[in-house]
Write a protein that binds this ligand. Structure first.
Ligand SMILES: Nc1ncnc2c1ncn2[C@@H]1O[C@H](COP(=O)(O)OP(=O)(O)OP(=O)(O)O)[C@@H](O)[C@H]1O
Length: 830
C-alpha cells in the first residue's frame, strides 16, 4: 500500500479520504489486473461539476471544466519493462499519481523533498478504454449545443507529447475525435437552413462583412484553390502507391466518416426555423510565437519563409488574426477537407523545417453566422486548440532549433499557466483585479476574451501512463489542477449576444446594428500598418550566417537610431536650456527694471513727503512764534503805566519801612497815655501796614516776576527791533550806495552825451569841409580841363588829406578823435 502523504498544503492536490479505494483503483490500472475494466467504468461516470447559476442576475459562475483523458498503452509501451502503475484512477473525478522508481519526483521524495504520491481531481476523468463517442458525449457536446445557441467556446487539449491530444481532437478515420463530431452536430443542427450565398463573411473578431459579387466570386475561387491542394495530393498519393503505409492525413476518407450519430439535435432550442446559418472555418497555427495560416499554400522555394500573420484587436479590444483565410463550408465533409489540408501543410512545414510533430499550437476555428431575414443577428465562434507538447527540453534533450521551439512552447504554456493562475487568484476578494498577462503570448492574447467571460473554455488534459514521462505528466496535472479552480463568469445571454456589426465590401460600416466608429478603427488599422510585416516573418529557417548578418544589420540600425535619438535629445535639451536661460535673463532684466522704477517712485514719494513735512514744520513753527508774540505782546502805554505804578508802590513801601523802623526805636514805657493810645492806634496801623506791606510785597513780587517776564519780552522785542533796525540800516546803506552809484553813472552818461555831441559837431564840420573841397575841386577842373587829374573818390581824398605831410585841420581832428575813442558802453548797474 502506498504511503499517503499529507498534501493539503498543495492547492493543486486533493487528498482522497478513502485510502483503500485509492489502492484498489491503483491496482486497477495495472495491465492484466482483474480490475482493469474498472478504469473504463470509472471514466464513463458522468459528473456535472458545480455549475452554479446566480439566481439574482443571469450571470453564470461556472468552474472551468477540466477533463482528464488517459491514453491506453501502445504495444511498444506494453512491451517495454517499465512501471505501469504510476497513474491510478481513484474515481470518476480523482486520480492518484505514484512516482515510479528512477523518476525525478521519486528521487526528490527519497531525499525528503516533495512527495511521491499526488492526488488530483478533475471535472471528469476518462480512462484508457473510453471511446471517442463517449468522450465527446460527456464532455464537448453540451458545449457545442451551447455554441449553437450563441455561446462562444474554446476547447483546448493540454499534455505531454504523445499523450493523445491530436487523437482526441481529430481522431482516426474510424474513430473521429471531438472536432468532426462537433462539426457533425453543427451541420445536423443547421440542416436545411444553410445560407448558400457566400456574400456574408466573418470580419475582424466578431463582425460580418457584406461581399459584393466580385468578392463572392473571389471567395469561391479561394475555396476551390484550397480544395484543389488536397485533390492534387490525393491524386499524387493514389498514383504513388496504394499500398504505402497509411498516414493519418491521407487515410481520412470523408465519405467514410462514420461514427455514432449520438448527437440529438432536436434538444436544441428551436426558433432556428426562422434563421439561416452560414459556417466559415479557418485553420492556423502558432509556431515560435508566429501565427501561420495552415490553409495558405506553402512557398515552392524551400528557403522561402512562410508569411506570418498578425494578431490584431478590433475597436472593442477583441483579438483576431488578421488576413486569416476563412472558408465557407456547407458540410462537415468540406470542413474535414479543410482540416486535412491544414494538417498537410502543417506536416509539410514540419518536414521542411525538420520538425517533429506538434511543435506548434494549432487552432481550428468555426464561425457560425446566424442570419435572420437580411440581418446577421449573431456570430459565434468555436475554437479547438491542439496545444504543443509540454515536455521539458532537458528531458527531451533538445538543442538548437528544437531548444528554441521548446522554449517558445514552454513560454506560451507558461504564460497560459500564469493567466490561469492569475484568473484563479483574482477570484479571491483579497487580490481582485490583479494583472493577468494575456498579452504576453499570442496564444493567450487570442483567447483573452473567452477567459474574460465572452464564452466558455474547456480544457482536456491528455496523459499517457508511461513511467518515462511521469515527471512531465505530474507537471501537467499540477497545471490542470490550478485551471480547474478557475471560475468563469459568463454574462447573461442578453449581454453576450450583442449583434455583430456588418460592414460593406470595402470594410466600410453599414448602419445595420448601430453606428461604427469607423475612424477609430481605420486609425487603429493604419497604425498597425506602420509596423513592418517583414519583421514578423519566421527567420528561424534562414541559415546561421544570414541570421548573423541580419543581427549585425539590426545592431547597426539600432546604434544609428540610438545615436540619432541621443543627438536629438541633446539638441532638444540644449534648445530648452537656452530658451530657459533667455527667459530667465529676460525676466531678471524685467524684474530689475521694475525694481529701479519702484525705487525711484518711492524715493520721489519720500522726498515729496519730506518736503511736505518740512513745509508743515516751518509753518507750524512760524505759527507758534506768531502766537507767542501775540500772547506776549503788551502795548507800550500799558507797560509804562504799570512801571509807574510799581515805582509809586516802591516809594510807599520805603516810607512805610522808615516809619516802622522809627516806631520800633521808641520805648513803650516812656510813652504817655495819649501816646499809648496813639501807640495802640499806631500798632493797629502798623499791623494793617504790615499786612498791607505783606500784600504789597506779594504784589511787588508778582509785579517783579511780571516785570521780569515783560523785561524778557521787551529784550526780545528790542532785539527784534534792533535786528530790524540793523536790517533797515543795511538796506538803507545799500540803497545809498546804489543811489550814489546811480548818480555816478548818470554823471558818466551825461559826460558821454556831451562827448557825443562834440563828435557830432566835429562830424558836421568835416562834412562841411568835404563839401567845400568838392566844390573847390569842381572849380579847378573847370579851370584847367586839359589837365586831367586822376579821378579820386571822396574816401581817397580824405586819405590823402590825412596822410598828407601838410597836416590840415581835418588831420588833426581825426587824430584827436582817435585819441579819445567814443565808448558808449554803459557801466553795468551794480
Ligand atoms: N485514446 C486513445 N486510444 C487509442 N490510441 C490513442 C489514444 N490516444 C492517443 N492514441 C495514440 O497515441 C499516439 C499519440 O497520439 P497523438 O499524436 O494524438 O499525441 P499528441 O499528444 O498529439 O502528441 P504530439 O504533442 O507530439 O502531437 C497516436 O498514435 C494515437 O493514435
Amino acid at each position: 500500500m502506498s504511503m499517503l502523504i499529507d498534501l493539503t498544503d498543495e492547492c493543486t492536490v486533493l487528498v482522497h479520504p478513502d485510502m483503500d479505494a485509492m489502492q484498489s483503483t491503483c491496482n486497477g490500472l495495472h495491465p492484466g489486473n482483474p480490475h482493469d475494466g474498472m478504469l473504463s467504468e470509472l471514466s464513463t461516470i458522468s459528473s456535472i461539476v458545480s455549475a452554479q447559476s446566480d439566481t439574482g442576475s443571469n450571470t453564470e459562475h461556472q468552474q472551468l471544466k477540466v477533463y482528464l483523458r488517459v491514453r491506453p498503452f501502445s504495444q511498444e509501451e506494453l512491451a517495454c519493462d517499465e512501471d505501469k502503475g504510476c497513474i491510478v484512477l481513484a474515481d470518476s473525478e480523482s486520480v492518484k499519481l505514484q512516482a515510479p522508481k528512477g523518476s525525478a519526483t521519486m528521487k526528490s521524495s527519497e531525499k525528503g523533498i516533495g512527495r511521491s504520491v499526488h492526488k488530483f481531481s478533475f471535472s471528469q476523468i476518462f480512462g484508457s478504454g473510453t471511446s471517442q463517442a463517449t468522450f465527446f458525449e460527456n464532455t464537448i457536446k453540451s458545449q457545442v449545443l451551447d455554441y449553437l445557441e450563441g455561446k462562444n467556446a474554446l476547447i483546448f487539449t493540454y499534455g505531454v507529447t504523445n499523450a493523445g491530444k491530436t487523437y482526441t481532437i481529430q481522431g482516426s478515420p474510424k474513430d473521429p475525435g471531438i472536432l468532426p463530431r462537433a462539426l457533425d452536430v453543427i451541420f445536423d443542427y443547421i440542416k436545411g437552413k444553410q445560407y448558400d450565398q457566400m456574400d456574408l463573411k466573418p470580419y475582424l473578431s466578431c463582425d460580418v462583412q457584406y461581399l459584393g459579387p466580385d468578392q463572392v466570386k473571389q471567395e469561391r475561387n479561394v475555396k476551390a484553390a484550397v480544395f484543389s491542394l488536397l485533390k492534387e495530393e490525393n491524386d499524387q498519393h493514389s498514383k504513388s502507391s496504394s499500398s504505402s503505409s497509411t498516414s493519418f492525413t491521407s487515410s481520412i476518407s470523408f465519405s467514410s466518416v462514420s461514427y455514432d450519430q449520438t448527437v440529438d439535435s432536436t434538444d436544441a432550442v428551436v426558433d432556428k426555423d426562422r434563421h439561416q446559418f452560414a459556417v466559415w472555418v479557418a485553420f492556423y497555427e502558432i509556431y515560435n510565437e508566429f501565427v501561420y495560416d495552415l490553409l495558405e499554400s506553402l512557398p515552392c522555394v524551400k528557403a522561402k519563409k512562410r508569411s506570418a500573420l498578425r494578431v490584431c484587436e478590433d475597436s472593442v479590444g477583441n483579438s483576431y488574426v488578421r488576413d486569416l483565410k476563412w472558408i465557407n463550408v456547407h458540410s462537415s465533409e468540406e470542413a474535414w477537407r479543410v482540416l486535412k489540408i491544414g494538417n498537410r501543410n502543417r506536416s509539410a512545414a514540419s518536414t521542411k523545417l525538420n520538425q517533429s510533430s506538434s511543435r506548434s499550437h494549432s487552432i481550428f476555428a468555426i464561425k457560425l453566422l446566424r442570419i435572420t431575414g437580411t440581418e446577421v443577428s449573431r456570430v459565434t465562434e468555436l475554437s479547438l486548440c491542439d496545444l504543443a507538447g509540454s515536455e521539458r527540453c532537458t528531458k527531451t534533450k533538445t538543442f538548437g532549433e528544437r531548444l528554441k521551439e521548446a522554449g517558445n512552447i514552454n513560454n506560451s504554456l507558461l504564460i497560459l499557466g500564469k493567466c490561469i493562475a492569475a484568473l484563479r487568484n483574482n477570484q479571491s476578494d483579497r487580490i481582485k483585479g490583479g494583472y493577468v498577462p494575456f498579452r504576453e503570448s499570442k496564444l493567450t492574447r487570442l483567447f483573452q476574451s473567452i477567459f474574460c467571460g465572452k464564452g466558455r473554455a474547456c480544457m482536456i488534459v491528455n496523459i499517457n501512463q508511461c513511467a518515462s514521462t511521469y515527471d512531465e505528466t505530474l507537471h501537467v496535472m499540477k497545471f490542470s489542477a490550478v485551471a480547474k479552480q478557475v471560475v468563469q463568469i459568463v454574462p447573461p445571454k442578453s449581454l453576450e449576444c450583442i449583434a455583430p456589426k456588418l460592414v460593406g465590401p470595402h470594410g466600410k460600416a453599414l448602419l445595420r446594428n448601430g453606428i461604427i466608429d469607423e475612424e477609430a478603427l481605420d486609425s487603429y488599422l493604419s497604425e498597425d500598418e506602420l509596423l513592418d510585416d517583414e519583421d514578423e516573418g519566421d527567420m528561424s529557417i534562414l541559415p546561421q550566417e544570414d541570421l548573423l548578418g541580419i543581427i549585425e544589420n539590426l545592431k547597426e540600425k539600432l546604434l544609428a537610431e540610438r545615436r540619432r535619438n541621443l543627438v536629438q535629445e541633446i539638441e532638444i535639451r540644449k534648445e530648452m536650456g537656452d530658451a530657459m536661460l533667455q527667459q530667465l535673463m529676460e525676466s531678471e532684466e524685467l524684474q530689475s527694471r521694475k525694481m529701479a522704477e519702484l525705487k525711484e517712485s518711492y524715493q520721489e514719494k519720500l522726498e515729496n513727503t519730506f518736503e511736505l513735512y518740512k513745509d508743515a514744520l516751518k509753518e507750524h513753527a512760524y505759527q507758534c512764534a506768531l502766537e507767542r508774540v501775540e500772547e506776549e505782546y503788551i502795548p507800550v502805554d500799558e507797560f509804562i503805566a504799570e512801571q509807574e505804578k510799581v515805582e509809586e508802590l516802591k516809594v510807599k513801601l520805603s516810607e512805610a519801612e522808615q516809619r516802622l523802623r522809627s516806631l520800633l526805636r521808641t520805648p513803650s514805657a516812656a510813652l504817655s497815655s495819649d501816646q499809648a493810645c496813639q501807640c495802640s492806634l499806631e500798632a493797629e496801623d502798623r499791623a494793617a501796614a504790615e499786612k498791607k506791606y505783606e500784600e504789597m510785597y506779594q504784589a511787588k513780587c508778582a509785579v517783579e516776576e511780571l516785570c521780569g517776564t515783560k523785561d524778557e519780552v521787551i529784550t526780545s522785542l528790542e532785539k527784534q527791533i534792533q535786528d530790524l533796525a540793523e536790517t533797515i540800516q543795511e538796506a538803507g546803506e545799500s540803497f545809498m550806495e546804489k543811489e550814489a552809484e546811480l548818480e555816478k553813472l548818470q554823471k558818466m552818461l551825461s559826460e558821454r552825451d556831451r562827448e557825443i555831441d562834440g563828435l557830432r559837431r566835429d562830424l558836421a564840420e568835416q562834412d562841411r569841409r568835404v563839401s567845400l573841397l568838392s566844390e573847390e575841386q569842381a572849380l579847378r577842373s573847370k579851370e584847367s580841363p586839359t589837365k586831367r587829374k586822376t579821378r579820386k573818390g571822396l574816401l581817397a581824398n580824405l586819405k590823402e588829406s590825412v596822410t598828407s605831410p601838410r597836416k590840415g585841420a581835418l588831420g588833426r581832428t581825426m587824430k584827436s578823435v582817435k585819441a579819445t575813442p567814443v565808448t558808449l558802453k554803459k557801466k553795468p548797474f551794480l
